[in-house]
Design a protein around this ligand. Structure first.
Ligand code: ADP
Ligand code: MG
Length: 507
């Protein structure tokens, strides 16, 4: 097999931190090669060096057998390397063709260039099955279509080596299927594709070979034929990983939280439309959906951070009027926010202070308005042990902990309250697999104590592994609620894209 790209002892540092440590990567011409690794493993850093966004500190890159030193993305593009970034770089107000032409050298008259570009985009679209119309405005396109425009952009510039950085993170399951078709066509036409992901099943489905990165080091490169998912997980995490185990569902407990016909608007625009659901004691209701479909707004209404326009919320038989976070806490509702920096923690304050932030008025921690330092410290030491929070001590500012450990502080603080209801918004986002496994374990423990849990997540695997029932949120509306046992992935995938399977119309 002919190698198209190699790196030799490639190193990238950010200050004293080594993000890529002596990497020797080798990519064969015409393969789909996965780069697999947890968040922070160094995948994007490596790709940014291959695509000219970052300069290596040490080592070299060989492309088609020759050493290359790119000092800008343009040089990489000219050599035949194109990258589709995790966050698209398109201008919504411009058309597809205008976006594709953007930043390219001028020649001829603008009108002539434009007509020629449209024709070429059509022909590329046909050849690679991309289904992209050059004359549409980018703002009119779905996320999946925008991604295909990014792919066309690289092809238009003559890319032979195409890097896709976590392309499936923003897609619904049907869009992922479409993308995989495109990747197979690219491969069939002789292009080389780098596919970055932290999802094992995707890598196994679409890739020929895989390179695993862990903590900036290259752990190994191997063919995917005959490789087990558990082997890949072990390479990625460095130990065996257990999927969360749900006990039998208890769907006959009393109803604890009942939400009926909730509407909410923001600046006159509807963000939540007629939301109704109930959660029983000891039950997890999972809410699936693509990011930005009202998840944040729903969790905010439930925790009293946002007012609803109409509808009712009933907790243990009592209707709640407009609430505020403090009164919700007093009523037994705990909340894991999506953005732990903005809403979850006081970063300059210590772990011990953050842990009692919701309870410091209680007699457990204070007398006559004065906080007992001793009790605060004892509590922190207990929680640090119980949640294995990695820290030098209870007085360390929370801002100095890693993301996973910050999330553990929030979880400890919320579960300390023995809540009746836990609203968990993306509880494991950005966490490595090990820390995520731990969070799942603690959530299931709370469930066994009788807590009712609303789990809002864009990770479908997380929803399916933990929930008793699953609902899909699309454009602020709950499309369907089903028992986990009847919830098949195809149906959920369609709903996430706004297609009701029985109507076949997009809504
Ligand atoms: P991945 O794509 O695998 O999630 P990245 O390559 O983005 O990982 O990041 C690897 C590590 O390098 C992370 O710990 C990240 O915080 C750090 N890092 C990435 N870019 C920068 C930067 N520009 N400055 C400082 N640290 C960075
Ligand atoms: Mg990345």
């Amino acid at each position: 097999m002919e190698l198209i790209l190699e790196t030799r002892n490639l190193v990238k540092r950010f200050g004293a931190f080594v993000a890529n440590d002596q990497l020797n990567l080798s990519i064969q011409k015409g393969e789909i090669h996965a780069i697999l690794g947890e968040n922070g493993a160094g995948k994007s850093t490596l790709m940014n060096m291959l695509s000219g966004m970052l300069a290596p500190d040490e080592g070299e890159i060989l492309f088609k057998g020759h050493p290359v030193k790119f000092t800008s993305p343009r040089q990489a593009v000219n050599a035949g390397i194109g990258m589709v970034h995790q966050h698209f770089m398109l201008i919504p107000a411009l058309t597809v063709a205008e976006n594709v032409l953007l930043g390219m050298k001028r020649g001829r008259s603008p009108f002539f260039r434009f007509k020629q570009a449209c024709a070429e985009i059509r022909s590329l679209s046909d050849r690679f099955g991309l289904n992209v119309n050059p004359e549409l405005r980018v703002s009119e396109l779905s996320v999946g279509q925008q991604q295909r425009v990014e792919i066309i952009k690289t092809l238009f510039r003559g890319a032979e080596f195409i890097i896709l950085d976590e392309p499936t993170a923003v897609l619904t399951p049907p869009e992922v299927k479409d993308l995989f078709k495109v990747l197979r066509t690219l491969k069939g036409q002789g292009k080389t594709v780098i596919f970055i992901s932290h999802k094992l099943q995707e890598v196994q489905e679409i890739c020929d070979r895989v390179t695993v990165l862990r903590l900036g080091k290259l752990i190994g490169t191997q063919s995917l034929e005959g490789t087990l998912t558990s082997d890949l997980a072990r390479m990625m995490v460095g130990r065996d990983v257990a999927a969360p185990v749900r006990g039998a569902a208890s769907l006959d407990g009393p109803v604890r939280l009942q939400v009926e016909g909730v509407h909410a608007r923001e600046n006159g625009v509807s963000v939540l439309h007629n939301i109704s659901f109930c959660i029983r004691q000891g039950e997890i209701l999972g809410i699936a959906g693509v990011d930005g479909n009202g998840q944040r707004e729903l969790s905010e209404v439930l925790f009293g951070l946002r007012a609803k326009d109409s509808g009712t919320i009933v907790l243990d038989g009592e209707e709640l009027q407009r609430q505020y976070p403090r009164s919700m806490t007093e009523r037994g509702v705990a909340y894991i926010p999506e953005d732990r920096h903005k809403e979850g923690l006081m970063l300059q304050m210590s772990i011990e202070e953050n842990l009692i932030a919701k309870e410091y008025r209680k007699s457990r921690f204070s007398k006559g308005g004065i906080i007992s330092r001793k009790k605060m410290r004892e509590n922190a030491e207990e929680q640090i042990r119980s949640f294995s929070i990695k820290t030098a001590g209870a007085s360390v500012p929370v801002g100095r902990l890693s993301g996973g450990n910050q999330q553990k502080v929030i979880l400890a603080r919320e579960l300390m309250l023995n809540p009746k209801v836990l609203v968990a918004m993306q509880p494991t986002r950005g966490m490595d697999v090990g820390a995520a496994e731990y969070v799942h374990k603690r959530i299931l423990e709370a469930l066994e104590q009788g807590c009712s849990i609303l789990l809002i997540s864009t990770e479908l695997e997380e929803i399916m592994a933990l929930s008793d029932r699953v609902a899909v949120l699309y454009k602020g509306e709950l499309l369907d609620t089903m028992d986990r046992d009847n919830a098949d992935l195809d149906r959920i995938g369609m709903l996430m894209a706004g297609v009701r399977p029985d109507s076949s119309f997009a809504i």
